[in-house]
Design a protein around this ligand. Structure first.
Ligand SMILES: NCc1[nH]cc(CCC(=O)O)c1CC(=O)O
Length: 306
């Protein structure tokens, strides 16, 4: 059987689950064997650095640079990414070909003894690597002790199971893809705890000149997720060059209408600025940008400073 397509991915269990899902959808759509799609694991810097917050180590590009290069060098045809980890600006020569149908976008609470964030004992130790989650936890529970917790999903769960941390928060989507949803003790509401831009979505990148390939990938992608992600990524692009600001952004699509909610917080959770906007999906990028500009107009100018 000849290989039709090489799929580039990071080697983490979550990244591999997402690459397998992409392969499964391609094989099902094109009625071919899964063997026609070769999964190529590419090592990235972000998976090697575990002792620092990524915002300090160099930001999101740390998860994509080596994948981008392999793709530009034609070692792989497409790459599969968590949309949340994909920089808003891709290198020249690569584009987002589409997004798979989105999973649940909500955050999950994984507590040892406490079933919810509200029920954690005073001063309990909570682990998270996400500035957004850290700031939102501080806003809801200023008493908690929040510490950096990095590593892959299983590592983080183990540190709660062992009692080193009383709780952690993870994307429900990732846990489901890993078959670990049974570890979830409760799910945070979208109102109280809006997700990161792109959370729950899988992005597929490709080279713009590969027209047939782009059409093939589009066949397994979801247009509604595409509009939502366009708004969320436009919002993020206006606000965040640094990845050092806690930002949440979530778009929902119903028919040809898009609703967007965006939130920017101070790191310590002491202040939050939000924007809500809706309009036609054809204006997705502009809606995200308008929401970002409203927040920039309302918030003190140092909110994006670090
Ligand atoms: N930054 C790590 C990362 N990137 C994507 C996911 C989860 C899956 C998703 O949001 O699609 C995770 C882990 C987490 O936040 O729990």
């Amino acid at each position: 059987m000849t290989v039709r397509l090489k799929i580039g991915t990071r080697g983490s269990p979550l990244a591999l689950a997402q690459a397998y899902e992409t392969r499964r959808r391609l094989a099902a759509h094109f009625k071919t064997s899964e063997d026609a799609f070769e999964i190529c694991i590419i090592k990235v810097m972000g998976d090697e650095i575990l002792d620092r917050a990524l915002s300090e180590a160099g930001g999101k590009g740390l998860f994509t640079r080596e994948l981008d290069q392999a793709q530009l060098d034609s070692q792989v045809d497409i790459c599969v990414h968590s949309a949340k980890d994909l920089p808003t600006l891709l290198p020249e020569g690569l584009i987002v070909a589409g997004y798979l149908p989105r999973e649940d976008v909500r955050d999950a609470f994984i507590g040892g003894a406490a079933p919810t964030l509200a029920e954690l004992p005073q001063g309990a130790r909570v682990g998270s690597a996400s500035l957004r989650r850290q700031a939102m936890i501080r806003r809801l529970r200023p008493d908690l002790q929040i510490e950096l917790l990095r590593g892959n999903v299983q590592t983080r769960l183990n540190k709660v199971a062992s009692g080193e941390f009383a709780a952690t928060l993870l994307a429900l989507a990732g846990l489901r893809r890993l078959g670990l949803a049974d570890k979830v003790t409760s799910i945070l509401s979208l109102d109280e705890f809006p997700p990161a831009c792109g959370q729950g979505a899988i992005a597929i990148t490709a080279r713009p000149q590969d027209k047939q390939l782009l059409a093939d990938v589009a066949a397994i992608c979801d247009p509604a997720t595409g509009y939502a992600l366009t708004a969320e990524r436009a919002f993020l692009h206006v606000l965040d060059g640094s990845c050092r600001t806690p930002i949440a952004g979530h778009a929902t699509v119903s028919g040809d209408q898009l609703k967007f909610y965006g939130l920017v917080l101070r790191k310590d959770g002491s202040q939050a600025f939000d924007a809500r906007i809706e309009g036609p999906v054809s204006e997705a990028a502009s809606l995200g940008e308008q929401a970002a500009r409203k927040i920039l107009a309302d918030a003190p100018s140092d909110i994006l400073a670090f």
